[in-house]
Design a protein around this ligand. Structure first.
Ligand code: SAM
Length: 339
């Protein structure tokens, strides 16, 4: 196993399969139009599969498909089938906004996808429309319900909580999670690339979430567990478990074992990183498997980033990247890098 300067193993790879998305969430893609990755640069499934093999040689055993919206990538089950056939990948998951899930859940399950996380920020159709600028709320709910019918277990629902936008829905979302057998995870609003409307006063903190939920449900107990998962988990008095991902006010950089491959083969070590490693160029110039691994290994071993923790130290915190810079380098976007 290779480790970085903080002893973090290279274990968890998030693979973005497209930078395109069918929503325009305020906190991620507030513009209508974007500079998209050139089509010819998008990795073919065989290329993704070859890179995953190299990462698996180096210790990666968890892969999460993301985007953009991953189900927009044509024939995604074909890629899932290729990845799920790799015994070294013990956990193959996908994060989706759920819009296309009702039509594809069964194929994805049959292709060997293990787990699904659906992003769901609100249960109110009108609020969904304002937040995402699309009218697809009903489809998302249908997608969530289709996962169980298709055979998936261990469903998770991820909610970005924004003050004054959806912070009044925490208990409703937990109740909905119970109905659909999903664990709900509340994510603090992050100042990552793409979040050009971010402001500290819109962050609804982990402390505020716990206070709000304790007022509603009574005493909340932390679940004690050793894990590199981003969410801290808690139990309600009735035994329901939920998670909080407090990347903004209480980041977990010290245990972060994630890295990210964009749809065009750039490899990033941190959501906040400005520079990445171009694995597509290496792959397409005919570099051997060992040559590409010899790009990956020292890059990981040198890794010292603590992106979210460093942001904590910034006095007057504003969005990480301004719109002009995002247009010049779309790799800085969250929807390119995969959340
Ligand atoms: N389209 C898929 C989806 O909606 O789940 C996958 C990609 S999306 C970029 C992955 C996750 O990043 C989503 O759960 C989204 O809510 C989260 N995300 C995007 N921008 C964020 C921000 N500014 N703060 C916190 N989470 C964010």
């Amino acid at each position: 196993m290779i480790t970085d300067t903080l002893d973090r193993p290279l274990r968890n790879l998030r693979v973005s399969v497209t930078d395109r998305c069918n929503l325009r969430c305020q906190y991620c893609m507030p513009e209508e139009e974007y500079v998209w990755l050139p089509r010819e640069n998008i990795l073919h499934f065989e290329e993704i599969s070859a890179l995953v093999d190299m990462f698996a040689d180096l210790g990666v055993d968890r892969v999460r498909l993301t985007g953009g919206e991953p189900i927009l990538r044509r024939n995604l089950p074909t890629l899932v089938r290729m990845l799920s056939a790799k015994p070294r990948i013990r956990d193959l998951a996908m994060t989706t906004n759920g819009i296309l899930l009702a039509d594809h859940a069964r194929d994805l399950y049959e292709a060997g996808l293990h787990r699904v996380t659906v992003s769901l920020d609100t249960l109110r159709p009108e609020r969904f429309r304002r937040l995402t600028r699309r009218d697809s709320h009903q489809k998302v709910l249908a997608g969530i319900e289709a996962t169980t019918r298709a055979g998936f277990t261990g469903l998770k629902l991820d909610t970005v909580v924004m003050r004054g936008v959806n912070d009044d829905e925490l208990s409703e979302l937990i109740e909905y999670g119970k109905r659909v057998s999903a664990e709900v995870r509340f994510i603090e609003y992050m100042d990552v690339g793409g979040a050009t409307l971010w402001a500290m006063d819109k962050v609804f903190s982990r402390t505020a979430m716990l206070e709000r939920l304790a007022r509603h449900y009574g005493p909340i107990e932390p679940v004690t567990e050793e894990s590199s998962a981003p969410a801290d988990r808690f139990t309600l008095p009735d035994g329901t478990v939920f998670g909080i991902i407090s990347s903004t006010t209480a980041p977990f950089c010290r245990s972060c074992d994630r890295s990210r491959l964009t749809a065009d083969g750039m490899w990033y070590l941190c959501l906040y990183a400005k520079e990445g490693t171009d694995l597509r160029r290496a792959l397409r110039s005919g570099a051997s498997r060992d040559e590409i691994k010899s790009l990956i290994v020292p890059t990981w071993q040198r890794r010292a980033d603590r992106g979210a923790e460093e942001r904590l130290g910034v006095r007057h915190r504003t969005p990480l990247v301004q719109i002009g810079e995002l247009r010049r380098d779309p790799h800085l976007e969250m929807h390119t890098r995969g959340g």
